[in-house]
Each structure stands twice: as C-alpha cells, then as structure tokens.
Design a protein around this ligand. Sequence first.
Ligand SMILES: *Cc1c(COP(=O)(O)O)cnc(C)c1O
Length: 390
Amino acid sequence: MNAPLYPTYARYDIAFERGEGAYLFDTDGRRYLDFATGIAVNALGHCHPKMVEAVKRQAGRLWHVSNLYRIPEQERVAAQLTENSFADAVFFCNSGAEAVETGLKTVRRFHHGEGDPRRWRVVTVEGAFHGRTLAELAAGRQEKHLAGFGPSVDGFDQVPFGDPEAMKRAVTDETAAILVEPVQGEGGVRPMPPGYLRALRGIADAAGVLLFYDEVQTGMGRTGKLFAHQWDDVAPDVMAIAKGLAGGFPVGACLASAKVAGAMTAGSHGSTFGGNPLAMAAAGAVLDVVLGDGFLDNARRIADLLNRKLGSVAAAHPGIVEEVRGLGLLIGLKCAVPAGGVVDALRDDGLLTVPAADNVVRFLPPLIADEGHADDAARILDGVCRRLGG
Ligand SMILES: *Cc1c(COP(=O)(O)O)cnc(C)c1O
C-alpha cells in the first residue's frame, strides 16, 4: 500500500466496490455484513432506493449555488429537523467537526450578545470525542489526539464522567456552555448515567449557561429515537449532528433554539458548501425514510433483539466479552481480550465492526437491519468467541 496519501489511517488491506442494503462486497467479490456502516454513517444501509433516486434526480438538476441565495432544498431539511426536535433554526455544514465548531462559536456568541462576553469557556466530560479541529481536540482532551499539535486551544475545562457534582463545581461565571455526548461513542460506547442529562439541565439553567449536545454519532435514529437525548426528554439549547444525517453524503448541522441561534447574525459564520442542493437532496431523503411511519419502531425492535442475542453470546463467553452496553443500535462489547483482535476475527468471518476506546468493539448496524442480520451477527460473534478460546 504505497498510495500517495497522508499516513493518518492504519487501514485494513481491503477495498469495497459495491454496497447493497446491509451488505458490502469487496474487490474479490466477498460479501460482508456491514455493522460498521462507515462509523454510523450509512444509516439506511447502502444504496437505499429512496436516496439513490433523490440524489440522481438532484444531480441532473442543480448541485451547488452557495448560500448567497435561498436554497429551497435546505429550507425543507431545516423544517424536517426543527419540526422533530427542540430546535428552531439550523446551520448546515459538511462534517461533524464543523457542526461542533459551529456550536462552540454559537455558545460564545450567545453570551456576547447577552452582554456577558466573559462567559466563553466550555466544560466537557472525560472520555469525550468532539472532532479534530484544534478547538475540538482541546474539548476532548485526549492525549493521543493532541500530541504534537502545539499549545492546546484555551477555553475548555473537563470533569469526570457522569458526575453532576463535579460538573456543578466546574461551572463558573466564565462558563458559556456544558458540552456532552448523551452516549460517548469513540470513548467506548458509554451511555451517560440515568438522570445525568436532567442534572446538567438544572445546573445549566441555575448558572445561566447553555446545554450543548454532541449527537454527531448518537443522532438520526441511531439509538432508536431520532435523537438520543429524547429518551430522557431533556432538551439542549444547541446540538451538533452529522454522521447519519445524509446516509453517506457529507453533511453536518448545528441546531439551536431561536434565542440562541439569533445571536449568529449575518456574516458571523458561513460555509461555502454547507447545505448545497445535492447534499440536501441526500439528507432530505434520509429524513423522509427515518421519520416515516413505523421506521424508528422497527429500529427499536431490532435493537432490542440484537442486544438480547449479543447479550446471550457474551454471557456464554465471559472470557471474551465482559459486557454488552450502549443504547439502541449503538452497541459496545467491552472485551476481555484485545478488542482489535476481535474486530479482525469478525471481519475474517464476514462481519464488519469498529473498535472504540476502553477496549470496546462497536456494532453499528444500519437502521434497516432485520432479524436475519441480527441472527447472522450473533452467530458470527459466537463462532469468533469459540475460536478465540473463551
Ligand atoms: C465522528 C464524531 C465527530 C466528528 O465528526 P467528523 O465528521 O469526523 O468531523 C464529532 N463528535 C462525535 C461525537 C463523533 O462521533
């Protein structure tokens, strides 16, 4: 592998040439059950007919015009998102990193607009992952991501996982917002403890700071609700989403309440590509499907089934899998053996998964998965556990 590319990725020596539903086919024609979904991106699996149709239609009509003009396709997707969430306004961009960065700018700008520019710091939670911009590296505070990138960007504080008292102490009169993933994804599929988001809401309201969710990974139906925080019914003021939003087309978005979004006046932020008609055709098609009658009910049903099946495989092989955790179709297997080896063995047997921190194997099935896929995944995991000798 000597391609003229940055050596930033430790890639598996495998390439795919076709995808169909929950399956990928490699260049040798071998079929894989795709429970990696491009890291929670292919929410509808591969080449969903509704997405293919929408993108084909738009590709022959108009790709890009810039936000100098009104973009009806963007207005439609914004309406789909706001009608189904806490939010009143949306800013579109092209990745999770940009979505979170937009949120970070929004929370600072909000307090500036309120005449309280001293509030500019953001408190995050240990184990967080918020993206790869310089500010987001500082927000996540992972040594392995920061190494060699110079002085860390100022303005971020971090508290231990799931500890509301520590959060309360960390919020000062310089704090603009609390930033949290309802379930940490990269950090090892760690759901926040019950009641934690509600406690954060209380702390934020009492101190006059904003609550900012990073739902880049947990959003768009991944956990069985459109957004993970809807399980707790605790709304934020600002929220970043991306990964599954356009099912594989690069789209991110930052959502906010009217009073917060109002601080981002004309000229305060922008994106050349953000929300262009082609991207919005993809996002609109995904939302049409995900918001369709019974779609999320079905995702929740499969999630319950898959969690049960994986749970019984894990129980039979405690020497390999210590715990099955997560929410909905964001599933983590905390391993007793190196998780990377389990991911490799599963891939050898035709099942794609993703490693995460804390020695976890992530199962991120497409939301269109069915019982047969759940059966196959559990069977393959069982075979791997036997082979690994647990
Ligand atoms: C993936 C991810 C990001 C970064 O998204 P990119 O599209 O890779 O920039 C940010 N936050 C969370 C929670 C993520 O899972």
